[in-house]
Design a protein around this ligand. Sequence first.
Ligand code: SAM
Ligand code: SF4
Length: 341
Amino acid sequence: MAVPLQIHPSVASLPGPKDSYGRAMNYLRISLTDRCNFRCLYCMPAVGMKFQPRDEILTDEELIRTVGLFSQLGVNKIRLTGGEPTIRPHLVDIIREIRRFDGIDEVSMTTNALILSRNARELKDAGLDRINVSIDTLDPVKFKMMTRGGRFDLVWDGINAADEVGMKPIKLNTVVVRGHNEHEIDRMAELTLEHDWHVRFLEIMPMEGVGIVYDEGLVTSAESQATLEQRFGPLQPLETDPSDPARLWKIPGARGSIGFISPISAPFCEACNRVRLTADGKIRLCLIRPDEVDVRDAMRSGASDDDLLRLLRSGVWRKPWGHRVAEGDRNTIRGMSQIGG
Ligand code: SAM
Ligand code: SF4
């Protein structure tokens, strides 16, 4: 799908290093680990998933140093993700260290919430502002199938624990996959009647290792919206932050909102304000394109902070625009869990 090369005016004025199109990157998403306690069918292959050797993963010190350098360049928002970020050792300390940087205004996390009920309070106290939880269905049997073994009850406890300690707003991410959960997304949307949660429906992306699931499973946002409107009547549009990939709606009278994230049918490159740090220390410039900058090797070969700042600035400058997934280009090289979705 061709994407017009015109940036949204709001991304030019953000803090953070700029790319050659004039988009400023104020948002860094960090994959803390490529490992996970689930095996979601749209994220990892059923067999043959290879994990990176431990010595290739950034150490806590390298990770914190990289965040500090990005904050010097103007990045002010951090999201921790993975793999499953809650299984990274020293997560609480990592959050606390990140919060020490003056420039960092917000730290959030994307998690499957499986073990969140154990430590939501501790994470919040360390400085974690809010969470997004991936949950594709409210049916425990289907949940087990889609995550290849996940326990719905524990995830549900985790979401409620985060809500109780005030990690607001709670956002729930549902990847809609044909043949699995497309007929029950109304039950997910129904949660917004009772809770002030944001339930967001994502189009599946053809990441490395899950190409077949994408080919058979893509449900566009337009189709998901039509399914919901059949059940609830016309959704009410809500004003949306331009750099939020979700377009927001609401069931009239509901407490929460409904979002559609449409990387395939409506890419949001014009308002993109984010870069990613992979668990093995590469700056990933776009989720669906392979361009990367190696910070870890530069650090391990003795680069000074000035050298690294130059590397980050010139790397961000090369951030690409657009993808050609609809035309069959699947050149992502890595799976979602390795990049940090
Ligand atoms: N383990 C955490 C979780 O599941 O929330 C964080 C990592 S996960 C890779 C981050 C997000 O990527 C989740 O919301 C997940 O649903 C989404 N995701 C994974 N594979 C995807 C795919 N092929 N297409 C679209 N979204 C995907
Ligand atoms: Fe794990 Fe998240 Fe990928 Fe599911 S989507 S396998 S929970 S990393």
